[in-house]
Design a protein around this ligand. Structure first.
Ligand code: ATP
Ligand code: MG
Length: 266
């Protein structure tokens, strides 16, 4: 995979991060380091700052303080290099726009098309270079949406749209996948399919950072769990982090003492 500094460079490194919307603090003193190739589940209550943390990672919310590096470089540089694929919790998409499922997934390749020759970029999408078409086909197949490739996106159910947006992220073939609640609104069979797809991605060496409310999925698939509710409540194995006592503490919003034995912010 391109853009890897070395295999030991952390996929994501955050130090002393604070962020706010206006006067309202949303993240306080977040510090963590994620190894490449691992699956991290981010768990916390509604309004706990999970999506905001991803916004900081992709560079759309500027931190007040702190440092953040992706594969050893600033997030903007890594976004431009195609190292991060991001799937938002809510797409700011115009679903009435007459665009097909496969063209929607192809938009995930747009950043990478910069490297194509100009004549190619001027052609309609269906004549995109084979590498782009192949990535789109594979991604649609991965979420079992091949049969719907030609359908207008606006005609799909909420869960089907979600699968298409995941395909759009997968089509980027980025080494790091940032997924904000990819299972929200999907039915149990699609949920199983998505988790199996992500497991394959992880086995292929990709780093998965996924916000989720699905604790059983996190227990089963994640290598580690990050608990946040404005500040960090812990980071560790799913078994330790998703214990009843940790989850109760997370829900009450009283963070652990820094010396409490958790991997809290240093
Ligand atoms: N664009 C914004 N402008 C102002 N406040 C915001 C904005 N986005 C989020 N917030 C506030 O920041 C806090 C954290 O929101 P965030 O969306 O990060 O939480 P979350 O953990 O992702 O919650 P959920 O589980 O509901 O998705 C909330 O209090 C929210 O109201
Ligand atoms: Mg959210």
């Amino acid at each position: 995979m391109e853009n890897r500094a070395t295999d030991t460079t952390p996929a994501l490194e955050v130090r002393g991060l604070y962020a706010a919307y206006g006067q309202e603090p949303v993240l306080e003193n977040i510090s963590l380091s994620l190894t490449q190739g691992q699956w991290t589940a981010i768990v916390g209550p509604n309004g706990g700052g999970k999506s905001s943390l991803l916004s900081v990672v992709i560079g759309s919310l500027a931190p007040l303080r702190g440092e953040l590096r992706i594969l050893g470089r600033p997030s903007l540089a890594q976004r431009q290099a195609g190292s991060i694929a991001y799937m938002a919790q809510q797409e700011r998409m115009e679903w009435d726009f007459p665009i097909s499922v496969s063209d929607t997934v192809m938009t995930g390749r747009f950043g990478l098309m910069r490297h194509d020759p100009l004549w190619r970029r001027l052609l309609p999408q269906r004549w995109a270079a084979p590498i782009h078409r192949q990535a789109v086909e594979e991604a649609l197949d991965a979420v079992d949406m091949t049969d719907m490739a030609a359908r207008p996106i606006g005609e799909l159910s909420g869960g089907q749209k979600k699968r298409v947006m995941l395909a759009r992220a997968l089509a980027q073939r980025a080494p790091i996948l940032l997924l904000d609640e990819p299972l929200a609104g999907v039915d149990p069979p699609s949920e199983a399919l998505i988790m199996a797809t992500l497991e394959r991605q992880r086995r292929a060496g990709r780093t998965i950072i996924m916000v989720t409310h699905d604790l059983s999925g996190a227990r089963r698939y994640a290598d580690q769990v990050l608990l946040i509710n404005r500040t960090m409540f812990g980071m560790g194995t799913p078994e330790t982090m998703l214990s009843d006592s940790m989850l109760a503490r997370l829900a009450t919003g009283s963070p652990p003492a820094p010396s409490g034995g958790f991997h809290a912010a240093a």
